[in-house]
Write a protein that binds this ligand. Structure first.
Ligand code: 3HC
Length: 285
């Protein structure tokens, strides 16, 4: 990569904020782009809260947090923000048409040699890359929530990703302190292929009356020593994202094991998307 210090993050949601923070903490100048100014404000508030938490826990010094924060700029101007980017990471809503339209726009402004990456959790990277005139410079960089805490990045090799692009993506993930694992462009990649069916199954169990939501979560925490229960995890991931992943697994494989749980869809339709809306399987202040 010619210059890995200028990163543009497209999308100011939970993942966009986390990715921006991780890149800035590693010394990169980051610009976060979103169409909605309010989303950009929320993004900065999320980063502030996360940095504060890391400082409070002694994981990061005051100085390092202030420097990381100072490296993050926000804008609604896509053209200007990608113009000088060495790497563009897209983390917008999980909708193929939205992502492809955005990448077409990016392509007309970004340097030809810029590394292009999508953080998609449920769509085909190869298909998203078809909207780019540089599919050989395109790959998946799939981060995990909360990004400042979880070390994994799945580096997804799409059908047309060049070996040099893949190497650069691995080097970039390593340089920001993450552990990259290379995987193919298959539905759910590695983690979501295994994790989301488990979460979806917990919603089936809830629907079957196996136990209350709180008890299902406590059971998996105490009985399987997991950091959080599956329904609380769905609330953290976002029920819309969880549904998008399980629907994608179901659609792509036609495997009945991946049948989306009815309750998951009901909550998404009601706008109860988990922590980000204050209510999902649990309520949040
Ligand atoms: N920013 C900074 N630090 C954070 C943080 C944040 N947003 N969230 C948690 N932390 C830190 C805490 O300060 C704490 O630090 P310490 O170890 O130094 O004390 C540590 O992380 C643990 O947090 P808590 O003590 O508050 O304990 P929690 O139970 O609240 O831990 C958790 C939170 C890290 C979220 C933990 O429960 C966990 O790892 N859960 C599983 C998360 C998971 O599986 N994520 C993957 C989802 S799949 C995905 O994202 C892919 C997508 O495509 C769907």
């Amino acid at each position: 990569m010619s210059d890995a210090t200028t990163v543009t993050v497209l999308g100011a949601g939970t993942m966009g904020a986390g990715i921006a923070q991780a890149c800035a903490a590693a010394g990169h100048a980051v610009t976060v782009v979103d169409r909605q100014p309010e989303a950009l404000e929320r993004c900065l508030a999320t980063v502030d809260a996360s940095l504060e938490r890391l400082v409070r826990k002694g994981t990061m010094s005051d100085d390092a947090a202030a420097q990381a924060r100072a490296r993050i700029a926000v804008t609604t101007d896509l053209a200007a923000s990608v113009g000088g980017a060495a790497i563009v990471i897209e983390a917008v809503y999980e909708d193929l048409a939205t992502k492809q339209a955005l990448w077409r726009q990016v392509d007309s402004h970004a340097p030809a040699e810029a590394l292009r990456a999508t953080n998609t959790s449920s769509l085909s990277v190869t298909e998203i890359a078809q909207a780019s005139s540089r599919p050989e410079r395109f790959c998946g960089l799939h981060f995990f929530n909360p990004v400042p805490v979880l070390p994994l990045v799945e580096v997804v090799r799409a059908e047309r990703t060049s070996p040099a692009t893949l190497d650069e993506a691995v080097a970039f993930a390593t340089a920001i302190g993450k552990t990259p694992i290379v995987c193919g462009d298959t539905p759910g990649f590695i983690v979501n292929r295994l994790l989301i069916p488990y979460v979806n199954d917990a919603v089936h169990a809830l629907g079957e009356g196996v136990a209350r939501a709180a008890d299902i979560d406590t059971a998996m925490k105490l009985g399987a020593n997991l950091p959080m229960g599956p329904l609380a995890l769905a609330d953290l991931i976002g029920l819309d994202v969880t549904l998008a992943v399980i629907e994608s697994l179901h659609r792509e494989t036609a495997d009945p094991r991946f049948r989306p749980a009815v309750r998951l869809r009901q909550l998404v339709r009601a706008g109860k998307l988990g922590r980000k809306t204050g209510e999902g399987f649990h309520r949040y202040e």
